[in-house]
Design a protein around this ligand. Structure first.
Ligand code: MOS
Length: 746
C-alpha cells in the first residue's frame, strides 16, 4: 500500500481549475436573468434615520426595487451562538431606524445591471439625526465588571513581592482581513426554496443561520461555495449582505447578486478588534516566573458581544503558580468584530511575548533561556494540570536556534552590524490550540476505476481538496488524478466549518474510515459476485481467500497486487456502477479531558535597520513548528509561510484608522491600508518537527492554518528593539518612532 502519499508535497488538486479560470467563485456561477443588488451604506457612525428619499432613485433606469427598514418585513434574530450556529452580527439588517456604525446597510437597490443599481444607490438620499460616534478606547465608558476572568494562586500578592517586574501596556489597532475574493452572494429562489452561492468558511453554518433568520426550514436552503479567494476568519459566519440578497431576490422574483465592495470590506464583514493589554509579570532574580497578570480592554460593536479571547494563551504558555487574567468589553460605534487568523492567541501573544523579552533584558538573561526556564511541562491552566497530548516545543527552540545561529547574538542594543545596517534579532514562542470535531464523509468507488469523496466542508484555499484526495488514495491506491473530491455544498454529508485550524484533524479520520469501508464493500463483492475471479467457485481450492485492495487492485493477501484485478472489474462483473460507504467520526467525549492539545512553535526574526535613511526591513524569518504529522508538506508549508507574511504585515503595516467625526475607516482601500507585499518579505524558512499526535486522530495531524502568525509580531518588535533600542508597544511599528532611536549610525 502506498502510504508515502501522506506527508508528500502533493500539488493542489484544484490548482489547474484555479489557474485556468475555471474555478467558479461566488459571483461566477452562470445564471439566467440575474439582477444586481447594491447596498446603500450609512455615512455616519451613530444616528437615527429620519428620512429616506427614494424619489430620484426609484425612477432611474432598470431599478426594480429599493428595500429599506420602512418597507421590508423584519428578519428574525439568529437563535444560535457558537454551539449550534452563529451569525456575525446578531442584529438583522433593516431591523429599525438605528445606525450603530459607519457602513451599516440602510437600503438595498435592486436593478437590472450593476451599473444601474450602483447609480440608483448613489441617488438614495438618507437623512440622519447623527451624534458623535465613539470609536476609540477613551471616548466612551469602560465597564467596571470584566467579562472574562481567570485566576490561579495569588497573582497580585506574588507580583508585589517579586524582585524583578515588568509592568507595561501594549496596544494593537483594528486589523481588517481583506481576502482577494470579496464577500458576495447570489440568491436564487425556486418557489419556497432558496439557493445561495456564497463565499463562506462554513456552508452548513451558513445554511443554519439563514434558516433561523429567514424563518424557513433547513431543507429549503442550499448553500454552495466550491472555491474561495480565502477568508482569514472573515467568512466564518454569515454577514447581512447574504440576507439582503435573499430578501431582494424574493422581492423581485429573480436571482440577485450582491457584492460587498472593497470599501465596505472595512465596515460590514468584521475585523480583528483593537486591544489595550496591560501585562504585569513578576520573576525571581534567576528568572523563574512568579506572577503573570493580563488585563485586556477590547471594543465590540453596539450590536454584538464579540470577545477577542486574548488571555487564554497567558494561562497555559508558561509554568507559573500565580496567574490572573481579565477581559473587559466596551461598546463602540464600529462594525462587529470577528475572528481574524489566530483570534485571541495572536493578539494575546504580542504583549505576553514582548513582556517576556522586557523581563529577559531586566534579568540580563537570554530570552530563549528565560523561556526554557519557565517551560510548561503540563497545561497548568487546568486544575489539576493536564498533560499535553504531544509537545515538542523544546525541540522547536533548539532546532530554530541552531538554524538561525542564535548563539551568536550579542544582546547589547545596536551591537550587530552588517555594513551600513544594524541587525536586530528577535524570537518568540508560537502556539495554537488543536481542535477536532465531528465529520461525515462519503466515499464512492466507481466501476470505471475512479473514486469520489464528498463532504459538506469547504476548501478556503488551504488545501482541503488535496488532503481528501491524499487520504482516499492512501486507503485505496487509486491515483490522485482519478479521485474526484466534492466539497462546498450544504447538502453533502455533514462537515465542519473551516475555522480554528481544525478541518484536517476533523475530516482525516472520517475520510479514512469511509474509504476503508468502501474498500471492504468491494472486497465483499469480490467474494460474492459469481463473475468475480475471487468467488469461491472460481478459486482452485474452492475456499474464500483473504483479499486486499492495493494500488486500486483487488488481490489475495500474500500475493502481489499484479496477481489481482482492478477493482472496477469486480464492480463490472456484478453490474454495479459503484459501491459507496459513509462514515461519521468524532472525538471521544470520554477522553476529552485527558489531555490538553496544542501546537507549538518557535519563530526567529532578523531585521535590518538602516539608520542613515530610517529604513527598517525584515531580512530573515525562520519558523519551526510542532503541529503533529504534516499531511501535505507543500500546502502545509504554504500555510506557515503565508501566515508569517501576514504577521510581518501585522507588525509593520496593518492598522485601520477611523475618523473620529463619523467613524469612517479612512484607509478603506488597498492603496491606503498597507499589507506586506513581495518587497517587504525576505526568503522565509519553515521547519516542521514531526511527532504524530495520536491522541488527536489516527494520522496524528494537528492544525496549521493559524499558528504561523502567532509569534511574528513580538519576535519582530523584539528584533526592532535589539537593533534600535526603541521598544514598540503599540503596533504597527512606526518609522517616526524609530527615528527617535539613539542608534543613528551603524
Ligand atoms: Mo480562522 S480566524 O478560525 O478562519
Amino acid at each position: 500500500m502506498s502510504t508515502s502519499i501522506i506527508g508528500a508535497a502533493v500539488t493542489r488538486v484544484d490548482g489547474p481549475l484555479k489557474v485556468t479560470g475555471k474555478a467558479a467563485y461566488a459571483l461566477d456561477h452562470p445564471l439566467e436573468n440575474v439582477a444586481w443588488g447594491v447596498p446603500v451604506a450609512s455615512t455616519v457612525g451613530n444616528a437615527k434615520i429620519v428620512g429616506i428619499d427614494l424619489s430620484t432613485a426609484e425612477r432611474m433606469p432598470g431599478v426594480l426595487a429599493v428595500l429599506h427598514h420602512g418597507n421590508t418585513e423584519p428578519l428574525f434574530r439568529p437563535a444560535g451562538q457558537w454551539e449550534h450556529s452563529r451569525a456575525s452580527e446578531a442584529r438583522p439588517p433593516f431591523e429599525d431606524d438605528n445606525v450603530y456604525y459607519y457602513g451599516q446597510y440602510v437600503a438595498l437597490v435592486v436593478a437590472n445591471t450593476f451599473e444601474q443599481a450602483k447609480a440608483a444607490a448613489d441617488a438614495v438620499k438618507v437623512q440622519y439625526s447623527a451624534q458623535k460616534p465613539s470609536v476609540s478606547f477613551d471616548d466612551g465608558p469602560i465597564p467596571e465588571r470584566p467579562r472574562v476572568h481567570y485566576t490561579r494562586g495569588d497573582a497580585d500578592q506574588a507580583f508585589e513581592s517579586a524582585p524583578v517586574k515588568v509592568d507595561e501596556t501594549y496596544e494593537i489597532p483594528v486589523e481588517t482581513h481583506n481576502p482577494m475574493e470579496m464577500h458576495a452572494t447570489i440568491a436564487v429562489w425556486d418557489g419556497d426554496k432558496v439557493t445561495l452561492y456564497e463565499t463562506t468558511q462554513g456552508v452548513m453554518n451558513h445554511q443554519q443561520v439563514m434558516s433561523e433568520m429567514l424563518g424557513i426550514p433547513l431543507e429549503r436552503i442550499l448553500v454552495i461555495s466550491p472555491f474561495q479567494g480565502s477568508g482569514f476568519g472573515g467568512k466564518l459566519f454569515p454577514w447581512p449582505h447574504s440576507l439582503l440578497a435573499a430578501v431582494g431576490a424574493k422581492k423581485v422574483n429573480r436571482p440577485v447578486k450582491v457584492q460587498v465592495p472593497r470599501s465596505l470590506m472595512f465596515t460590514t464583514v468584521g475585523h480583528r478588534p483593537m486591544t489595550r493589554q496591560h501585562m504585569r509579570i513578576g520573576a525571581t532574580q534567576d528568572g523563574k516566573l512568579v506572577s503573570i497578570q493580563h488585563d485586556v480592554i477590547q471594543p465590540t460593536s453596539m450590536v454584538d458581544t464579540y470577545v477577542e479571547a486574548c488571555t487564554g494563551v497567558t494561562t497555559m504558555l508558561y509554568s507559573c503558580d500565580n496567574v490572573a487574567a481579565q477581559q473587559t468589553l466596551v461598546e463602540r460605534n464600529l462594525g462587529t468584530p470577528t475572528p481574524m487568523r489566530g483570534p485571541g492567541i495572536v493578539p494575546g501573544l504580542f504583549p505576553l511575548e514582548s513582556a517576556m523579552d522586557e523581563l529577559a533584558i531586566r534579568l540580563n538573561m537570554d530570552p530563549l533561556e528565560l523561556r526554557l526556564k519557565n517551560y510548561a511541562e503540563q497545561d497548568e491552566s487546568f486544575n489539576p494540570a493536564r498533560p499535553w497530548s504531544s509537545k515538542h516545543l523544546r525541540e522547536c527552540y533548539e532546532v530554530g536556534a541552531a538554524k538561525f545561529g542564535w548563539s551568536k547574538r550579542t544582546p547589547q542594543v545596536g551591537s550587530m552590524k552588517n555594513g551600513t545596517e544594524i541587525l536586530g534579532w528577535g524570537m518568540a514562542t508560537a502556539t495554537w490550540h488543536a481542535g477536532r470535531g465531528a465529520a461525515t464523509v462519503r466515499v464512492r468507488l466507481n466501476a470505471d476505476g475512479t473514486a469520489r469523496a464528498t463532504c459538506a466542508t469547504q476548501d478556503i484555499g488551504t488545501g482541503t481538496y488535496t488532503v481528501f484526495a491524499q487520504i482516499v488514495s492512501e486507503k485505496t491506491g487509486i491515483p490522485i488524478d482519478k479521485i474526484d473530491v466534492v466539497l462546498g455544498r450544504s447538502s453533502l454529508p455533514p462537515g465542519p466549518t473551516s475555522g480554528g485550524s481544525t478541518v484536517t484533524a476533523t475530516v482525516s479520520p472520517a475520510i479514512s474510515q469511509a474509504a476503508q469501508g468502501a474498500v471492504d464493500r468491494v472486497i465483499a463483492a469480490a467474494q460474492s459476485i459469481p463473475g468475480s475471479p475471487f468467488h469461491p467457485n472460481n478459486l482452485p481450492e474452492g475456499d474464500p481467500v483473504k483479499l486486499l485492495m492495493t494500488a486500486g487492485r483487488i488481490h489475495a493477501a500474500g500475493k502481489p497486487p499484479e496477481s489481482g484485478v482492478p477493482f472496477g472489474e469486480i464492480l463490472t462483473a456484478g453490474k454495479l456502477a459503484a459501491l459507496e460507504n459513509e462514515a461519521r467520526t468524532a472525538p471521544d467525549p470520554a477522553k476529552e479531558h485527558d489531555f490538553s492539545a496544542h501546537s507549538f512553535g518557535a519563530q526567529f526574526i532578523e531585521v535590518a535597520w538602516d539608520p542613515g535613511i530610517a529604513r527598517l526591513r525584515v531580512s530573515r524569518a525562520l519558523t519551526v513548528i510542532d503541529a503533529g504529522r504534516i499531511i501535505n508538506h507543500r500546502t502545509g508549508r504554504n500555510q506557515i509561510l503565508g501566515a508569517v507574511v501576514m504577521g510581518i504585515g501585522m507588525a509593520m503595516f496593518e492598522e485601520t484608522i477611523y475618523d473620529p467625526r463619523n467613524a469612517k475607516p479612512l484607509n478603506n482601500n488597498f492603496a491606503d491600508y498597507l499589507v506586506a507585499t513581495n518587497a517587504d518579505i525576505p526568503e522565509l524558512d519553515c521547519i516542521f518537527v514531526e511527532y504524530p499526535d495520536l491522541h488527536l486522530n489516527e494520522y496524528g495531524a494537528r492544525g496549521i492554518g493559524e499558528i504561523g502568525l502567532a509569534g511574528v509580531a513580538p519576535a519582530l518588535t523584539m528584533a526592532v528593539h535589539h537593533a534600535t533600542g526603541v521598544r514598540v508597544r503599540r503596533l504597527p511599528v512606526r518609522i517616526e518612532e524609530l527615528m527617535g532611536s539613539t542608534r543613528l549610525t551603524a
